[in-house]
Design a protein around this ligand. Structure first.
Ligand code: SF4
Length: 268
């Protein structure tokens, strides 16, 4: 999806950069998509009591999911990865979520010795040197902490949407990973307009960087603002080829995402 600017379309022609002004739109089928997501979250919590976590990146999609989980009072834990390279604005959301929803966010950080060793060997800016080193950094700062978040849990919830990139174009609402863990993607068919319409309608807190033309936010060294007409994830690892643009959190091959599994996912 490319992100279209409406900068000059507001009354008076005043330039605005609020993500809500730019993106929030009610489109046909929105209510049905929200209902399907609620049904899927309820079902996920029912199937995996005490053994399911929402892995939040603290981006707009994940804020929608956290809002729903909290409002529905679902027994789904909320966890995030503190890579050590996040923006101040991203980190500020953790206490904001805890205060707003009265829940504890589980925070998983990389192992200090692994980071020290990697930086000593490859430098602070290793991610720009090669895809291998960039993936090495993601392995230490994201994948290993994620494995601890998921350890002992049967299922997890993500904010992946099909529209986000070509790499995510086939994301199913529900998939079973090779290790048997179930991954729920309840926003798979939501549009970017849906996400922001929900955020506006429900007064959901969101990362201030979204107001600075950063639709997809990761670590500070690996995220930049995008220009009008650029693809949704163009600001992530922008120096790399499009096909390499995943950190590894969502590249595992599922063993099942059949129509049967999909139908289970939307049955309350
Ligand atoms: Fe390292 Fe960048 Fe990956 Fe963050 S996104 S873990 S800084 S390579």
């Amino acid at each position: 999806m490319s992100v279209q600017s409406t900068l000059s379309l507001l009354p008076g022609g005043a330039p605005v950069s609020s993500a809500i002004s730019l993106y929030a739109r009610h489109t046909q089928g929105y209510e049905e998509r929200v209902e399907a997501t609620i049904a899927q979250l309820r079902q996920a919590a029912l199937e995996h009591p005490g053994s399911i976590v929402q892995a939040t990146s603290l981006g707009a999609e994940d804020m929608v999911l956290t809002d729903l989980i909290a409002k529905l009072n679902l027994p789904i834990a909320v966890g995030t990865l503190q890579t050590g390279k996040l923006h101040t604005e991203t980190l500020a959301l953790i206490p904001e979520i805890e205060a707003r929803y009265n829940l504890d966010v589980e925070v998983y950080s990389p192992r200090e010795e692994a980071v020290v060793h990697f930086v000593r060997r490859n430098g602070e800016d290793a991610m720009y040197q090669s895809i291998e080193l960039r993936k090495g950094c993601c392995q230490i700062r994201k994948l290993e902490p994620l494995s601890r978040m998921l350890q002992g849990r049967q299922a997890w919830v993500t904010g992946l949407r099909r529209e986000q990139s070509a790499n995510r174009g086939a994301v199913p609402p529900r998939e079973v990973e090779a290790n048997g863990r179930v991954k729920f993607n309840p926003l798979a068919d939501w549009s970017w307009n849906d996400v922001w319409h929900y955020i506006e309608s429900n007064d959901v807190p969101y990362n201030a960087l979204h107001d600075q033309f950063m639709p997809s936010i990761g670590c500070e060294p690996c995220t930049r603002a995008i220009a009008v007409g650029e693809e949704f994830r163009a600001g992530r690892w922008w120096w790399e080829d499009e096909k390499a643009k995943e950190c590894g959190l969502h590249v595992a091959q599922p063993v099942a995402s059949s129509a049967q599994e999909r139908s289970k996912a939307v049955t309350a």
